[in-house]
Design a protein around this ligand. Structure first.
Ligand code: ASP
Length: 351
């Protein structure tokens, strides 16, 4: 069994969704598909939320844009006689979304609960639309709401996955359901009170990793808009080329220092279970992409696999004779940074 995760750019419009359809049709084993929101939709939703909160009623124009973006693939990928139910599903959800935003507009207040409820619309709509596209293009599949599979709990103001319940729910579901193709929205989950939560921005990779690790998939394919991890940032270095093979640790190092293609903390569950990952390009599916697993390949003497870089980093140098022999100043420094949610990527202390 394989898990295929399609990111936002891979499901952004009818043109690329037709490629996704081909990729899915070419599979010859049981697959689970995890989908992101249509590219840019989560940003639009979040922007709308802050407009409504600051009593700017132009949030309605985003709503119209969101409707247009979702109608496009419906109109282009589903036969006209089969479009009505998904269009009314879309309209119903957009009306709900509008009511939520009207309430935020009036109250001028956003709660964590509202924030997640609004952010979740992207994946709720994309998964339902993609399910209908598959259905009317000859791919029989089952749609499963991730909120019935992944449960979160709050831990220091963050949502973390409740492992025990999530493992049980996912195992139970896939033990009973042997559909060849199952489609699941990424990013969204539910807490024990049944309230919609999210796994954080970019969280669809994490959804896919959780599911792949629990069903013990043979492979996790991350379908994106580049042909794998590159030897350097391809927009900056013209000679950069995709890396064929990396170990988990090499991929983590590159990502830690700026490579954006995978976000290792979210992939931890599959690294633990030793499930290989392939990064593939939806726009060029014939490209082999990058395979990431637990073996290191230095065959051609290629010890350095790539160079990554990070923008917008500050270096802080804390020095002074008053620190000599004084305990606790590092604690105070790092606490101050952590209080402001500043991530520290490298630490060094000289004498
Ligand atoms: N749609 C969500 C985001 O843009 C999650 C994801 O795509 O991974 O953050």
């Amino acid at each position: 069994m394989k898990v295929l995760k399609f990111g936002g750019t891979s499901v952004a419009n009818s043109k690329i969704l037709k490629k996704v359809l081909e990729i899915i049709k070419n599979q010859n084993e049981q697959i689970i598909i995890v989908v992101s929101a249509l590219g840019g939709i989560t940003d639009l939703l979040m922007e709308m939320l802050s407009l409504a909160q600051s009593r700017k009623d132009n949030f309605k124009s985003n709503l119209a844009l969101i409707e247009k973006r979702h109608l496009e693939p419906i109109k282009k990928c589903i036969p006209i006689q089969n479009q009505s139910s998904i269009i009314s599903y879309l309209k119903k959800h957009l009306n709900e979304l509008e009511s939520l935003l009207d309430a935020i507009f009036l109250l001028e207040e956003v709660t964590v609960k509202n924030n997640s409820a609004i952010a979740a619309y992207g994946e709720i709509l994309s998964s339902n639309i993609i399910y209908e596209i598959l259905r009317y293009n000859g791919v029989k599949s089952k749609l499963k709401d991730a909120r019935e599979l992944i449960q979160t709990e709050t831990y220091f103001e963050r949502e973390i996955v409740n492992q025990t319940i999530t493992v049980n729910q996912i195992k139970n579901y896939f033990d009973k359901n042997k559909s060849d193709v199952t489609i699941i929205p990424g990013f969204i989950a539910k807490n024990k009170n049944g309230v919609t939560t999210t796994l954080g921005r970019g969280g669809s990779d994490y959804s896919a990793a959780i599911i792949a690790s629990i069903v013990r998939a043979d492979l996790l394919e991350i379908w994106t808009d580049v042909s794998g991890m590159y030897t350097a940032h391809p927009k900056i270095v013209a000679q950069a080329k995709p890396i064929k093979k990396l170990s988990y640790y090499e991929a983590m190092e590159l990502s830690h220092f700026g490579a954006k293609v995978i976000y290792p903390p979210t992939l931890q569950p599959i690294i633990e279970k030793n499930i290989p990952i392939v990064i593939k390009n939806t726009f060029a599916p014939q490209d082999s992409g990058t395979l990431i697993d637990n073996s290191i390949n230095n065959e051609n003497g290629e010890i350095v696999k790539g160079i990554s870089h990070i923008d917008n980093v500050a270096m802080i140098n804390l020095e002074g004779s008053g620190m000599i022999g004084i305990t606790g100043f590092s604690k105070r420094l790092f606490e101050a940074l952590s209080d402001k949610d500043i991530n520290v990527i490298m630490i060094t202390q000289a004498s």
